[in-house]
Design a protein around this ligand. Structure first.
Ligand code: NAD
Length: 261
């Protein structure tokens, strides 16, 4: 149902973004990838997504989303490479965990720039094209941390709350057009970003990674299991699918019950 649609998924060389890119391509969209990684990993992701699009490799932007000019250029490149940019998934993100008094200033700035400000610059640049073509889907990958706080994640929680707020504002601004704007708020998803938090937790508490996962990382996730990448990708696909046009300005949770508390 996405034949003829063009999609850009930021941070799609890994994790959730990669899973979303695969499902959008499977549904018929032309997808541009973005993100960092080893050259062979990027080539593999491009080939994988490309094969679903019937090409050797999916288009790719190496834009560093901490830089507003690079974000703007990435949108132009996507419009040129895809011919049309109808679906924008703001997914790229990083995490740094430290108490506020020890939180490095440069890491704070980087999280705000990548996890928050890049969404603003990308949406601002992509909206005129969506309006001209009279259809659009903007999906911001926020987090349960866009709705709840946790200690030691000051920059991340600030950025993700802001993304949920921005989603509401832009959705209202375009509510009378066929463009929807939504946030997805996952709990802990099995990806490199989240798995990297496990070993330090196990060390800190002197327990196995299995116990650290259940008792510490997933302390607030009642299901006590990882959310899988494909589950988040299915939610993004739904937001691009038929019948989703009335869903806008929302923060959709997929968090094993976390925000029910
Ligand atoms: P990941 O580390 O697997 O992937 C992050 C992607 O972002 C990679 O492709 C990376 O190269 C890219 N990236 C990082 N910095 C970049 C930059 N400056 N410019 C361009 N690309 C950059 O992480 P993930 O877990 O898949 O996270 C994806 C999104 O989902 C993030 O916004 C994250 O905050 C959010 N999220 C993740 C979880 C989780 O538990 N994994 C939970 C809630 C929300």
């Amino acid at each position: 149902f996405l034949d003829g649609r063009g999609a850009l998924v930021t941070g799609s060389t890994s994790g959730i973004g990669h899973g979303i890119a695969l499902l959008l391509a499977k549904a018929g969209a032309k997808v541009m990838l973005n993100g960092f990684g080893k050259p062979d990993e990027i080539a593999k992701a491009r080939a994988e997504v490309g094969s679903l699009m019937g090409v050797a490799e999916a288009p790719y932007s190496a834009a560093d989303l901490s830089k507003p000019e690079a974000v703007r250029q990435m949108i132009k490149d996507a419009e040129a490479a895809l011919g049309t940019l109808d679906i924008l998934v703001n997914n790229a993100g990083i995490q740094v965990v430290a108490p506020i008094e020890e939180f490095p200033d440069d890491k704070f700035d980087a999280i705000i720039a990548i996890n928050m400000s890049s969404n603003f610059h990308a949406i601002k640049a992509a909206l005129p094209g969506m309006k001209a073509r009279d259809w659009g889907r903007i999906i911001n990958i926020a987090s349960a941390h866009g709705l709840r706080g946790s200690p030691h994640k000051v920059a991340y929680v600030m950025a993700k709350h802001a993304v949920v707020g921005m989603t509401k504002v832009v959705a209202q601004e375009v509510a009378q057009t066929p463009i929807t704007v939504n946030a997805i708020c996952p709990g802990f998803v099995r990806t490199p970003l989240a798995e990297a938090q496990l070993a330090p937790l196990a060390k800190e508490h002197g327990v196995s990674e299995e116990v650290a996962l259940r008792d510490y990382l997933l302390e607030k996730q009642p299901s006590k299991r990882w959310i899988e990448v494909d589950e988040v990708a299915q939610m993004a696909l739904y937001l691009c699918g038929p019948g989703s046009g009335g869903v806008t300005g929302t923060a959709l949770s997929i968090d094993g019950g976390w925000t029910s508390a």
